[in-house]
Design a protein around this ligand. Structure first.
Ligand code: PMP
Length: 379
């Protein structure tokens, strides 16, 4: 099996599995207990928090562990929706945010708790800065933008949007879920007040992530309780946190090597496919994550391409795992102006440090043959 769906999730690294097993077998105490067993667990918690902070250029007190990026993202919307003057606050999200985040924002708007506007993107899937500059005006409470898109990999102009948000007095949130471990990230200098992350996209476990909350920002608690400096109550998911810490340590140590490896593989894959098949790459004109390739092959339907690939042992996806299964074309691609019938053909190949040149070459060798009959039929 050759796994090419790493934007959906990554395989946990051996170091992550070891850290989690050690936590379960040895450091299983409650970090809030003052006795020695609890203090061992507290040390694990502190070390993991420092590792996550170090990967992101944050201070450890700025890291609040959550169940993942979905929770962190929706905490941001909830926190920003607290009415200050009786009026529902105005939230500004990009049109290509994660589908769960857009859904949560729409629900707040439907319930009258917030007003929602979307920042459009250009043909390559980058937030349209001229439109953003018009929309980000005094009175906007929150501006939210992902660092890089999960479907296309297109890197977003977060520094420019951060400056606009700052000038308008708005909070700025970055969903950095897909960027961490693939691109350098520096919370101290990125201009964001809040940043969401998830461990399982960087070879960590599922069900654990974090919200970075800038020091000094007054931010409402998500769950009452004393844990996480009273910001998110509940006994910590310590095995998950230990795994996240190990994943962060690895990602920091390998950031450069991983980035180079991914760029090499993705370049070989993209050029190889273009040389062999009628391929249209989405977001090709923009800077993209080094691991992501979103494309359409001829006029073939994504389901057909993916089924042929899977029969031959290649695992990939159409767009995002979270919205796969529905017949709706991707909201990311349609926001880029791609017609629904073309968007339905999109497949996403997403790589990780675990992939090899031999795997890329195997796909390049096999895919034209797997698709020859359907391509001839479609022609
Ligand atoms: N944001 C983005 C950009 C993502 O790609 C994902 C994962 N599909 C999420 C948020 C949700 O993360 P989690 O699985 O940790 O809830």
């Amino acid at each position: 099996m050759i796994y090419l769906d790493n934007n959906a999730t990554t395989r946990p690294a051996p170091e992550v599995i070891d850290a989690m097993a050690a936590c379960l077998a040895r450091d299983w105490g409650n970090p809030s207990s003052s006795h020695a067993v609890g203090q061992d667990a507290k040390r694990v918690l502190g070390e993991a928090r420092s590792a996550v902070a170090a990967l992101l250029g944050a201070h450890p007190v700025e890291v609040v562990f959550t169940s993942g990026a979905t929770e962190a993202n929706q905490w941001v919307l909830e926190g920003a929706s607290a009415a200050l003057d009786g009026k529902p606050p105005l939230l500004l999200l990009s049109a290509i945010e994660h589908s769960a985040q857009l859904k949560a924002a729409r629900r707040l708007a439907q319930n009258g708790r917030a007003r929602l506007e979307l920042m459009p993107v250009d043909r390559d899937g980058r937030v349209d800065l001229a439109a953003a500059a018009r929309l980000i005006a005094p009175g906007v409470r929150l501006v939210s933008l992902m660092a890089a898109n999960n479907e296309t990999g297109v890197v977003q102009p977060v520094a420019e949007v951060a400056a606009l948000a700052k000038a308008a007095g708005a909070l700025f949130h970055i969903d950095a879920t897909q960027a961490i471990g693939k691109l350098p990230f520096d919370f101290a200098h990125c201009g964001a007040d809040l940043v969401s992350l998830s461990a399982h996209k960087v070879h960590g476990p599922k069900g654990i992530g974090a919200l970075l909350v800038r020091k000094g920002l007054v931010w409402p608690a998500l769950l009452s309780g004393s844990q996480e400096r009273a910001r998110r109550g509940g006994t910590e998911n310590l095995p998950g946190i230990a795994g996240f810490g190990a994943a962060a340590r690895l990602a920091a140590a390998r950031l450069r090597a991983d980035g180079e490896h991914l760029s090499l593989l993705r370049g070989r894959l993209e050029q190889g496919l273009q040389a062999r098949l009628p391929v249209r790459v989405f977001g090709a004109g923009a800077a993209r994550l080094p691991n992501t390739l979103s494309l359409r092959i001829g006029t073939l339907d994504a389901d057909l391409v993916l089924a042929r690939m899977e029969q031959a042992g290649f695992i990939a996806a159409s767009g995002s795992a979270c919205s796969a299964g529905g017949n709706e074309p991707s909201h990311v691609l349609t926001a880029m102006g791609i017609p629904p019938e073309e968007a339905r053909g999109a497949i996403r190949l997403s790589l990780s440090r675990d992939n090899t040149i031999a795997e890329i070459d195997a796909l390049l060798e096999r895919l034209p043959g797997l698709l020859a009959a359907p391509l001839a039929e479609a022609a």
